[in-house]
Design a protein around this ligand. Structure first.
Ligand SMILES: [Zn+2]
Length: 658
């Protein structure tokens, strides 16, 4: 459901240069606030802790004109972008050599010369779609879209289930459309229609605007069957042909190039959706499906179309997020490289600014957090004893991918064309082939590049990935003196991700990543009592006159409150280990919470904040600070917060998960 979906010989680089990953021009922004709070700042630490920590930053930081919000990860992404642009420029100029660099140079040439040929290329695809005369033709394009790595109704992905770590292909049904929450927002819905009408005029598809209405009615028909609770199933092509007989699987797999599909085992979910889709393929007219396909192609490529085509999209994005400008060209190109050449560019990026010490530091942090999680779980009285043991088992079995892959993949590229859009198709196609090969050879995959500023937990693998990009200031600072700081930022990020193993979804997957609900009725009852309190707490907040849907943001809020509990335990253990004095101890707890609040500093454009309330599973950043810190006794004592402060909660009412 995404509309904004788009995105050796060591070189002679000294360690000093490498550390300059963050060539921040706005250095003061990176500086943490002083621990000394008897400064001139008004003392609002107990009323709005987020603002107390971030006042200076909030008044200085600016949202780039092409963006919708701006926060710590964007600051780091900016630094990474600068390094990446430098790397790409060296590839293009020939200063950096290798097959990867050559590929980037050729792609850049075609990128610079985008124009009529690219439009004609897309028109060809549209022509192809408009001449479809059977359901088979529609399904062929579902396959083609996923083969090109664009959003599709029947996506195919790499997957692996933990037992024996066998890799399989996963068939993932989806219905890419305008976010469900926007259908009832008339400004956005009308803007969407307007955008489609404009593209319809440009590409000579007079009815394209109708897609908005088609999506609206299909969303109601499909979305209930695309819920997170659906079990993961396995079956071979034979099973598909029997179970979902209305979908012409032979055409689908033929287009993907999977010859022996009948005997191949696939992972899949949402069987009811697949059945409904089979029916809908015939019930809904071919013309409607064709319009929908045209939209999928156009919106997948629109950012890369020249001039006026992109302008139409920008107008709509303004409604969604409030940004007025398109992304600068070089940033757009680097984003394209990020998405389409993750393996190749990760390696080049590492050559430019890789730092083993930071990866080692993060590994240590992971071990500390894992240890702390075990301690916390052992003492979690609201879980049944057997459940506690199973939870500890899940923590023990958790798999970590930290920093970068152990070995780099060998680069292979298709033969490129002079037309940029065609090159996108070629690269999409070749990365799909790579996925098929990896499944065949049973190879592990880093799906995203090491330059990503994002950590994620993946239930079916019981695995946490922490790319090199996030192991950086202010999430992570090198040096022993920064231990408390690191527990509050990167340490928290790790424990937050860990808690996803115990939230709404995680509690249904066992330590092998198999769908296997492992909580007893008593656990669920105690859990629901806690979660109800959280739902109420977040729904109560007034955000520009609107209210969050507490269920929507629940998983993330649990991971925040649970994660801080675990990260605090890690700090506590570390303080015991280091025999820190009582005075110094208080300083370290302060540093921990300040680091946590710095990690969430974020500015939103009004449009973005409003649309987030309808669609985002995360609460606004300032609430992720203010509603979380006040659940912890340690915060009260570190900052001497007294009754009467706005954030004060009576001791017995504080929520603590672990
Ligand atoms: Zn999360």
């Amino acid at each position: 459901m995404h509309i904004e979906e788009q995105p050796k010989k060591k070189r002679n680089v000294t360690r000093r240069q490498k550390k300059n990953l963050c060539e921040m021009t706005t250095c003061h922004i990176m500086n943490p606030p002083a621990l000394n709070y008897s400064s001139n700042k008004p003392d609002i630490r107990g009323d709005d802790f987020y603002m107390w920590v971030n006042t200076n930053w909030v008044s200085d930081a600016k949202i780039p004109p092409y963006d919708t919000d701006y926060g710590v990860s964007d600051e780091i992404e900016d630094c990474i972008m600068k390094t990446s642009i430098r790397a790409v420029k060296e590839c293009v100029s020939g200063a950096y050599k290798g097959t990867g660099a050559e590929a980037i140079r050729t792609l850049y040439e075609s990128f610079l010369h985008r124009g009529k040929r690219d439009i004609d290329f897309l028109k060809c695809t549209i022509h192809d779609i408009l001449s479809i005369h059977s359901v088979e033709g529609i399904v062929r394009h579902f396959a083609k879209l996923t083969r090109l790595r664009f959003p599709s109704v029947l996506q195919i992905q790499y997957s692996s289930y933990k037992t024996g770590m066998r890799k399989v292909l996963s068939i993932l049904p989806d219905f890419p459309s305008l976010e469900e929450g926007f259908f009832s927002n008339s400004t956005i819905f009308n803007g969407y229609k307007h955008m489609l009408r404009s593209y319809g005029a440009e590409f000579n598809i007079p009815d394209l605007e109708k897609v908005a209405q088609i999506e609206k009615s299909l969303t109601h028909r499909f979305i209930p069957y695309l819920t997170v609770d659906a079990p993961i199933c396995f079956g071979n092509g034979h099973t598909f042909a029997k179970k979902f007989r209305k979908i012409p699987w032979d055409v689908y797999f033929e287009e993907l190039g999977i010859v022996n599909w009948r005997k191949t085992t696939f992972e899949y979910n949402y069987p009811t959706f697949l059945r409904k889709l089979g029916v809908a393929l015939y019930e809904i007219s071919l013309d409607k499906w064709k319009l929908y396909l045209c939209k999928l192609y156009i919106l997948s490529l629109v950012e890369f179309l020249p001039g006026k085509y992109d302008d139409i999209y920008i107008k709509f994005k303004y409604l969604l997020g409030g940004q007025k400008n398109p992304m600068p060209n070089m940033n757009l190109f680097v984003n394209f490289i990020y998405n389409y050449l993750p393996d190749t560019f990760s390696r080049i990026f590492w050559d430019f600014c890789g730092d083993e010490a930071r990866i080692e530091g993060c590994k240590e942090l992971c071990k500390d957090i894992q240890r702390a999680a075990r301690i916390r779980l052992k003492n979690t009285s609201w879980l049944q004893p057997a459940t506690r043991l199973a939870a500890i088992e899940k923590i023990n079995k958790m798999d970590f991918l930290i920093g970068k892959p152990d070995t780099w993949e060998v680069d292979t590229f298709p033969i490129f064309s002079e037309i940029f859009l065609e090159n996108m198709f070629l690269l999409g196609d070749s990365s799909t082939k790579k996925i098929f090969e990896r499944v065949k050879k049973n190879i592990d995959v880093w799906e995203q590049g090491i330059y990503r500023v994002n950590a994620y937990y993946y239930e079916p693998f019981n695995q946490i990935t922490i790319p090199f990009g996030i192991i950086t200031n202010p999430y992570y600072k090198e040096g022993k003196e920064n231990r408390a700081w690191n527990y509050g930022s990167l340490g928290f990020t790790i424990s937050h991700e860990m808690c996803h193993g115990f939230d709404e979804e995680g509690k249904d997957y066992d330590s092998y990543g198999q769908k296997n609900p492992w909580w007893t009725r008593a656990d669920n009852k105690a859990y629901n009592k806690k979660t109800n309190a959280i739902i109420k707490l977040y729904e109560k907040q007034d955000i520009q006159g609107k209210h969050l849907n507490g269920d929507n943001v629940l998983s993330e809020n649990i991971a925040d409150i649970g994660g801080i509990g675990i990260a605090l335990e890690a700090l506590k253990q570390d303080i015991i280990r280091r025999k820190v004095s009582i005075d110094k101890e208080k300083d370290e707890y302060r540093e921990f919470f300040i680091s946590y609040a710095v990690g969430w500093r974020n500015k939103y454009r009004t449009n973005k904040l409003k649309s987030n309330i309808e669609t985002d599973v995360h609460s606004p950043a300032y609430l992720r600070v203010n509603l979380v810190v006040c659940q912890f006794d340690e915060w009260y004592s570190a900052f001497d917060i007294q009754k009467g402060s706005k954030l004060y909660i009576d001791e017995e009412k504080r929520i603590r998960f672990f």
